[in-house]
Design a protein around this ligand. Structure first.
Ligand code: NAD
Ligand code: DAU
Length: 377
C-alpha cells in the first residue's frame, strides 16, 4: 500500500510527508512541480529512505499522473499542490487558475480513470483527499459566527476564488461520477518550513535581519492560526475515518489580529535572541499600505471534525508559536538558502546537472537514494 501526495515539497505538504513517515512505513509518492514554493531541502532527512519517492512534475500533467497511479497503485491521493499566496495571486492570477483550477481538473480526471478501472475492493477503499482553505468562505463581520461547513462560498481574492473552484470540481466529481472524495478547509497554518513571504516567517526573518516588519493597514485583520502538525494530524484523521463526500473544517480555535501575532513574535525574539541595542524588535514594526480587497476576519468552527472524528489541535498558540520561533532560530541555513535562492538548486545538486522536470537524475540508480526524481516525459 502507498499514498500519492501532491505538493509534498511545500510548507504543509513537506510537514505532512515527514509526519506520515514518522508514524507509518506506508510509502509516499510525492509529486511536486517545485515552483518557488517547493523546497526539497525540507525533505533532506528522507534522503536514502526507500519509503519516499519524489517525482518532479505537475498535477496538470495527466499522462504523468496516470502513469504514477498505474505504477504505484496508491490507495489514496492527497492533493496539497497549489499556488497558495494571496499577494502573488493579486499580481499574477494566471498561475493560480492554471494549477488550482485546471491542474485540479486534470488530476481529478486522471484519478477518476484510474479509480473506475480498479477491482471492486480497491475501488471501495480508494480516497481522494483535497486540501483546501477557509478563505473560500470570504470575510466575516466582527462577532459573526465562525465558518461552518454550510457557510456559503464567497471568495474575494484570485487565490481564494481558484481554491473555491477546485473545491467545486472535487464536489462535482463525487456527485457526478461517484469519486470517493474528502475535502478539508483549514485556517492559517504556521510552523517549520514556512516560506518566509507569509506573515509569521517573514516577521521572524526580517526582525533578525534588522529590517522593517511590514504590517498591512491597521493590523487588525483577524485570522485563525493552527500549528502545521495539527493540520497534518487532522488530514490523517479525515483520511482514516472521514465520510466520503463530506467536508471538514479544520482550525485552531485561535482567532487573533495580525498585530497581536507580530507582537508575540517580537516578544519571543526579545526573550530568545535579544537585539544588541537592548530595544524590542517591536521598534521595527512599520504599517504599510493594505492588501487590496483584504479580508477582515476569518474564523473556523471546527466542531464537526471534533464531534464526528474526535480530532482537536494538540498545540495551543503559545506552545506552537514558541516552537516555531525556536525552529527558525535553529535553522539559519534553511533561511539563508531560501533567501539566496540556492534551495532551488537542491534537485540538480543531489540528482545531477540534468535533473529538471522530465530528466532522470544521475543518482536515480543508486539504491541508497530512494528519494528519486523521475520525469514527466
Ligand atoms: P506552498 O505554496 O508552501 O506549497 C505548494 C506546493 O505545491 C509547492 O511545493 C509547489 O512546488 C507545489 N506545486 C505548485 N504547483 C504545482 C503543480 N502544478 N503540480 C505539482 N505541484 C505543484 O503551500 P502550502 O502553504 O503548503 O499549502 C498547501 C495546500 O494547503 C494548498 O492547497 C493551500 O491552498 C492549502 N492551505 C494552506 C494553508 C496555509 O496556511 N498555508 C491553510 C489552509 C489550506
Ligand atoms: O486562511 C488560510 C490561508 O492562510 C491559506 O489558504 C493561504 O494559502 C495562506 O497563505 C494564508 O493566507 P493569508 O493571506 O492569510 O496569509 P499571509 O501570511 O499572506 O497573511 C496573513 C495575514 O497577515 C493577512 O491578513 C495579511 C497580513 N500580512 C501578511 C504579510 C505577508 C501583513 O500584514 N504583512 C505581511 O507582510
Amino acid at each position: 500500500m502507498s499514498i500519492l501526495v501532491t505538493g509534498g515539497a511545500g510548507f504543509i505538504g513537506s510537514n505532512f510527508v515527514l509526519d506520515w513517515l514518522a508514524q507509518t512505513d506506508e510509502p509516499v509518492i510525492n509529486l511536486d512541480l517545485l515552483t518557488y514554493a517547493g523546497n526539497l531541502e525540507n525533505l533532506a532527512s528522507l534522503e536514502g529512505d526507500a519509503r519516499h519517492r519524489f517525482v518532479h512534475g505537475s498535477i496538470a500533467d495527466r499522462a504523468l499522473v496516470q502513469r504514477l497511479l498505474a505504477e504505484h497503485r496508491p490507495r489514496a491521493v492527497l492533493n496539497f499542490a497549489a499556488e497558495s499566496h494571496v499577494d502573488r495571486s493579486l499580481h499574477g492570477p494566471g498561475a493560480f487558475i492554471q494549477t488550482n483550477v485546471l491542474g485540479t481538473y486534470e488530476l481529478l480526471e486522471a484519478v477518476r480513470g484510474h479509480w473506475a478501472a480498479l477491482p471492486a475492493s480497491e475501488r471501495a477503499a480508494f480516497r481522494f483527499l483535497h486540501v483546501s482553505t477557509d478563505e473560500v468562505y470570504g470575510s466575516l463581520k466582527p462577532g459573526a459566527p465562525a465558518f461552518t461547513e454550510q457557510h456559503p462560498y464567497q471568495p474575494n481574492s484570485p487565490y481564494s476564488a481558484s481554491k473555491a473552484a477546485s473545491d467545486h470540481l472535487v464536489r462535482a466529481w463525487h456527485h457526478s461520477y461517484g469519486l470517493p472524495v474528502l475535502t478539508t478547509n483549514c485556517s492559517n497554518n504556521y510552523g517549520p518550513y514556512h516560506f518566509p513571504e507569509k506573515l509569521i516567517p517573514l516577521m521572524i526573518v526580517n526582525a533578525l535581519a534588522g529590517k522593517p516588519l511590514p504590517v498591512y493597514g491597521d493590523g487588525q485583520q483577524i485570522r485563525d492560526w493552527l500549528y502545521v502538525q495539527d493540520h497534518c494530524s487532522a488530514i490523517r484523521r479525515v483520511l482514516a475515518a472521514g465520510q466520503v463526500g463530506e467536508v471538514y473544517n479544520v482550525g485552531g480555535w485561535n482567532e487573533k489580529p495580525n498585530l497581536d501575532i507580530v507582537h508575540t513574535v517580537c516578544a519571543l525574539l526579545d526573550e530568545l535572541r535579544p537585539r544588541a541595542d537592548g530595544h524590542s524588535y517591536k521598534a521595527q514594526i512599520t504599517h504599510v499600505q493594505d492588501r487590496p480587497g483584504h479580508d477582515r476576519r476569518y474564523a473556523i468552527d471546527a466542531s464537526k471534525i471534533e464531534r464526528e472524528l474526535g480530532w482537536r489541535p494538540a498545540e495551543t498558540f503559545e506552545s506552537g508559536i514558541r516552537k516555531t520561533v525556536q525552529w527558525y532560530l535553529a535553522h539559519p541555513d534553511w533561511v539563508a538558502h531560501v533567501q539566496s535562492g540556492s534551495y532551488r538548486e537542491w534537485l540538480s545538486q543531489h540528482y545531477g546537472d540534468g535533473a529538471t522536470a522530465g530528466a532522470t537524475p544521475a543518482t536515480a540508480a543508486t539504491p541508497a537514494t530512494a528519494m528519486q526524481a523521475q520525469g514527466s516525459t
